[in-house]
Design a protein around this ligand. Sequence first.
Ligand code: GLA
Length: 385
Amino acid sequence: MTSPDALRKAFTEMFGAAPRIFRAPGRVNLIGGHLDYNEGWVLPIAIDRSCFVAAKVRNDSCLRVHSVQMQETFECRLDGPRPRRHHWSNYVRGVAWALREAGQPIAGGDLLISNDVPMGAGLSSSAALEVSTAFALLRLSAREMDRVQLARICQRAENEYVGMRCGIMDQLVACCGRRAHALLIDCRTLEIKPVPFDESSVAVVVANTMVKHALAASSEYNRRRTECDDAVARIRVLRSEVKTLRDVSWPEIEQLVSTWPENIRRRARHVTTEMLRVHAAAAALRKGNFVELGRLISEAHVSLDNDYEVSSVELNLMVALAKQIPGLFGARMTGAGFGGCTVNLVEVNDAAKFAGKLAKSYEEQTRIQPDVYVCRASDGVEEIT
Ligand code: GLA
């Protein structure tokens, strides 16, 4: 885990001056899988694992960036050409590009990055990197920006510079997370309603399968988006007012879809039924009805597995094993899928034991040692003073 003091010291040794320190969190999504790019609702929490950026302004337009995890340094000019290959530095260059595109006259900087959000685990390490970097670059140039706009800029960097067609959820949570709250986000209007998350009754346990089917993840993610667009195009033949799957309910289209290809039918069923689950889940969370919230979370997993087809053998195993352990309210995969983490809603007094048992039984079955831990809901991006 990154200690801000150790990071400050390392920066001073590397760049010869004291830095300012910024952090942005990763996230887990309790429910609302693959709804953000369908303009639906999602219910994530920002977690207490963050990407830290130690930074100091430069008086030229260069970026000099070192990553602790990658053990690599790169340098570029803010107005330099776009790299042709995929590289971790593209997230950093991408936000610098997108900030400038948005008319923010940012200066160059020296940056030391240490990301505690595990990469490729479905906990949004990329959004944490983008948002912490963008926020640091803005603050170094004494610029302020609305947090929702900052999220949009970071999403644009990922869509257009990195080339991943992600939705807005991850960047919004990294910007707007709230301690001890989940966020009910309307991904059409980007309105955010914080919902109190009672950490004295219930805990979120994240379980990393340690398996990521990375190739499937990016190509299949983009394919799901195309399949949803396909469903919308079919509906629009009859109902031109429909813009996204947000605008229809399953009973309204159930008749219509009977002639559609099986995969498109299933995708539409997941998206339209998941929308209802998110609203029911937010209501259950508000009432402190964790049995109901857990039931909806588990139902969402089945829908993501059967209808959206983004789960994996390891994720299904992790969910099945969790269901055998006392204290569980509900479990599902989180993030884009094809590996990574599950999110488990657990009775708070059972949480530590639950985590230990889940890790043990997953390791017995797979011989893979998973990372299983209790998360706290935390704040969005900030400067650490
Ligand atoms: C990834 C994307 C998000 C969202 C989720 C699935 O994390 O970055 O925009 O689509 O997958 O819910």
